[in-house]
Write a protein that binds this ligand. Sequence first.
Ligand code: NAD
Length: 352
Amino acid sequence: MKAFVYNGLPARVIFGAGSIAQLPAELDRLGAKKALLLSTPEQGDSIREVSKSLGARVAGTYDKAAMHVPVEVAEDARRVARELGADCCVTVGGGSTTGLGKAIALTSTLPILAVPTTYAGSEMTPIYGLTEGGMKKTGRDVRVLPKTVIYDPRLTLTLPAALSASSGMNAIAHCVEALYAVDGNPIVSLMAEEGIRALGSSLKKIVPNPKDLEARADALYGAWLAGVVLGVAGMALHHKLCHVLGGFGLPHAETHSIVLPHALKYNREFVAESLKRISSALRSEDAVLGIWDLEKDLGLPMRLADIGMKEADLERAARIATEAPYPNPRKVEYGPVLELLRGAYDGRPPAP
Ligand code: NAD
């Protein structure tokens, strides 16, 4: 056992089918009397439905959350929160909606009560992001960490199969990189391995049957663990690459899914213990191929070329990713990283 530091983050988590019914009591617990409910336009009806159960506790609803939190949307939402005199934000949605709540919390004292409906995991992290002029900037600030999180698997039943699969792989990617994080520790590894196990088995049931409530609960449990480890452990090359590729306009969760087996292959010779844990969690002989096979089984896109990446941009992406790399088990070098990206672009199986 090596020496380690574990820096846990405070969180109150309410988990279970139907737990959204506890929202009024949880708002009372926070002392919130005028909540602003946030969502994307697609989930606007959900927050209007939820707001009915809250009666006078609702200050208003705002349904313009968008991927990567454009700064104009953040400023508009902050203005609405101020004008309505909101004293709390309730986010109902995926990482985009949680991210908008975080943008409000960053410049105010408003607590966030998060109700995640994807597997992105943002609700458990003090990480925020804002996009201005096509550039996404991220930072860490404990003010943006939600005070309460309600995980209700029933709210994920409507998440389409393809989105469930890619969002679940996004969560698995948090777990994979937490296993070899520079500041990893045994607690983080336990949670990461369990997260991969819970997601790996449940996603295979969800894709053919998105209404399988038991599998939804398992996946959300895995996503919670993945969010915890993302919040407390430093991410490596894989997350750096996905952040860079996001700047080229690629969709967040699918990018994670496609890059993951290639990024893990890049680190293969340096992360033996992590590979063992991933293999065990996925019940696969080989960790890298286990992830690849899982993605194929889930019917996910396997080539960056298919989700909007241009071949001409691969070199620029490799350059940006290697200029200021995150700590990574294997040295991050331009040539091998470009090769990794080419493999992901073509969808080459990451053979050992
Ligand atoms: P998302 O929040 O953009 O959601 C994708 C789409 O799915 C949206 O249209 C949304 O309305 C819809 N949706 C969500 N839940 C649904 C449900 N249950 N039923 C039907 N439709 C549903 O996507 P995401 O992948 O959850 O989040 C991606 C964003 O989150 C990115 O900007 C990423 O950078 C950020 N993120 C941040 C962190 C962090 O710690 N700060 C962690 C992970 C992701």
